[in-house]
Design a protein around this ligand. Structure first.
Ligand SMILES: C[S@@+](CC[C@H](N)C(=O)[O-])C[C@H]1O[C@@H](n2cnc3c(N)ncnc32)[C@H](O)[C@@H]1O
Length: 235
């Protein structure tokens, strides 16, 4: 199932304008970073879509937990270094000028205890004056329960339909993604991909960032609707 997901990841998220997002991220880095270096770490980098547009300006490293997805990134962003690891406790034994973690990936750590560990880990990998930019998942108050959602991809040789609804179970946002995929000369495939993410409060997240030694700012107008961006500078 993960292999299938890695192969179709870029198709299902082809609606996302990664190039435009990186333009905004680059502006924020310029505004907040005071180090001289250009070492950038993308945590939960996925298939490397952001790194693809960052590698012209930075020395890039990507970390992700999913091997299949990392393989897609490695083939796409040849100049970057990749490591398969968990964002909660990875140890790269070096410090970066910039750390980004986008498209709500940090929500996958699920609990506040893990969120705090993850933020401390980010701060430990940051140089003094370096900047971390995190895009969280929704908070409890911005998350819509029972929202029907559909994403489709209509290529010549492959068609994908993904449907899900949004639920809260045990304090987590739960989405069972039902995929129907048909490829040229193949049978239709159906599978369910379950996602469970933490709905972390803005105040609590900012508190963890401050506690980790970061000067913080929450930018309401982020990359995607109602998610915002958390910017931290290591003091
Ligand atoms: C929604 S995708 C975002 C990927 C990428 N940042 C993007 O913008 O396309 C979430 C990613 O988080 C990764 N992930 C989930 N839990 C993780 C963990 N504990 N540590 C590292 N990566 C994780 C998944 O493998 C997946 O690639």
């Amino acid at each position: 199932m993960y292999k299938v997901f890695a192969d179709i990841y870029d198709l299902i998220y082809s609606f996302k304008d990664y190039k435009k997002e990186v333009k905004k991220i680059k502006k924020l880095i310029k505004k907040y970073k005071s180090t001289d270096g250009s070492e950038l770490l993308d945590v939960a980098c996925g298939t490397g879509e952001h790194l693809k547009y960052l590698e012209d300006s930075f020395i890039c490293t990507g970390v992700d937990i999913n091997e299949g997805i990392l393989n897609v990134a490695k083939n796409k962003v040849k100049g970057a270094t990749f490591k398969q690891a968990d964002m909660i406790n990875f140890d790269l034994n070096k410090k970066f000028d910039v750390i980004i973690s986008l498209f709500s990936s940090i929500g996958y750590v699920q609990t506040y205890a893990n969120l705090e560990k993850t933020i401390v880990n980010f701060a430990n990998h940051l140089k003094q004056g370096g900047v971390v930019i995190i895009e969280l998942w929704f908070t409890k108050s911005t998350y819509w329960v029972g929202l029907p959602s559909m994403t489709t991809y209509d290529g010549d040789d492959i068609k994908i339909a993904r449907l899900n609804t949004t639920k809260i179970e045990n304090d987590l946002s739960v989405m069972e993604m039902h995929y129907l995929i048909v490829e040229k000369n193949k049978d239709v495939k159906y599978f369910v991909d379950k996602h469970e993410l933490g709905l972390f409060d803005t105040d609590k997240t900012l508190e963890f960032m401050k506690k980790a030694g970061l000067k913080v700012e929450f930018l309401k107008d982020g990359l995607m609707k109602e998610r915002g961006l958390y910017v931290g500078v290591k003091t």
